[in-house]
Design a protein around this ligand. Structure first.
Ligand code: UGA
Length: 318
């Protein structure tokens, strides 16, 4: 099978490529724009091992300006993991980056898929729990009304709608996966766990936005990768949207307690104002994921945090 993975140098994309390449019969073409939203050197580190593999090739560039017809030649499955992340940083003048990378890129990719001279077997879109905003109920069902609370969430939802539209109009075999706060080794440096664990390792201050009572259903990276793989070959109706929520709904304060007991020392923690755009709570029903993907999260928060802590220490040579 030949796979196209966009965002191949990112946290989810690079882990997905590694998993796909563990089967020697697979060929993977990765695409990444190496944007400087965070240190691009970290992305170079993510692809170092991949580049050493004969079945992997990397195309550096912006989806909106690459020759997508060429990129899609012979491809069986597209995993569209690329996007401009960052809930809290999507306010202000950077919004055009979000519309360009999240909406326009997705539309151009879907459009290119409709021009393919062979049928794609799956187009997996990496959506986000941020499309829900403060949800109507918990656990939140995929049919509950979305109401993003950040410009980022608006762009993820718009791209998801484009996916469903292309599924209806052109039978593109899309599945949109709503990721709930992904964590684990390789997590982006702007996300909570990497920041907290780095501060805990270096003895610097952990800054909590608000009083720490906000709740997230954190989802471990290997569970996300597994769901992507299953989405590529299991029987899911085109245009279907599926929650991937990790089964560990915990507050940020509880995460800090867990880290404190794990590192066995006191932490320096400060509490600031809540940040606009942050939802108070996420928590998704996994019923649909169970039905279509026979998927359930396997890694609990304590084990997952421990694995991420090991990675943070290793990166610092500890
Ligand atoms: C994450 C990702 O960044 C988004 O790309 C993704 O779409 C989203 O999950 C999602 O699942 O929809 P977020 O939940 O904000 O967004 O993830 P973290 O950065 O790990 O933050 C988790 C919680 O920790 C938030 O409530 C945040 O306010 C808090 N936090 C984060 C702090 O208190 N301090 C920090 O320094 C960082």
């Amino acid at each position: 099978m030949k796979y196209l993975v966009t965002g191949a140098a990112g946290f989810v994309g690079s882990n997905l490529c590694t998993r796909l390449l563990s089967d020697a019969a697979n060929t993977v073409v990765g695409v990444d724009a190496f944007r400087d939203y965070y240190d691009p050197a970290l992305k170079e580190r993510n692809v170092r091992g991949l580049l050493a593999q004969p079945n992997f090739s990397l195309v550096r560039g912006d989806i909106c300006s690459l020759n997508l017809d060429e990129l899609l030649q012979g491809v069986d499955v597209v995993f569209h993991e690329a996007g401009q992340p960052g809930v809290r940083s999507s306010w202000g003048n950077s919004f055009s980056t979000y519309t360009h990378d999240n909406i326009e890129a997705t539309q151009l990719l879907l459009e290119a898929v409709t021009r393919m001279d062979r049928a794609l077997s799956r187009f997996v879109y990496a959506s986000s729990s941020s499309v829900y905003g403060d949800a109507e109920r918990y656990p939140t069902d995929e049919s509950d009304r979305p109401g993003p609370k950040s410009p980022y969430g608006v762009t993820k939802l718009a791209a998801e709608h484009l996916c469903s539209l292309y599924a209806q109009a052109y039978s593109v075999p899309v599945v949109s996966l709503r990721y709930f706060t992904v964590y684990g080794p390789g997590q982006r440096p702007d996300m909570a766990f990497t920041k907290f664990l780095t501060a805990a390792t270096e003895g610097t201050e952990i800054q909590i936005y608000g009083d720490g009572s906000q709740v997230r259903e954190f989802t471990f990276i290997s569970d996300i990768v597994e769901a992507n793989i299953r989405s590529s070959y299991m029987d899911v109706p085109a245009g279907c949207v599926i929650n991937l929520s990790g089964g560990s709904a915990v507050s940020v304060k509880e995460v800090i307690d867990e880290i404190r007991s794990m590192v066995e020392r006191d932490l320096r923690v400060s509490f600031g104002a809540p940040v606009v755009g942050d939802v108070y709570r996420t928590g998704g029903s996994t019923e649909r994921a169970r039905k279509y993907l026979e998927w359930e999260p396997q890694v609990d928060i304590a084990s997952g945090l421990r694995l991420q802590y090991g990675w943070v220490r290793e990166a610092r040579g500890i």
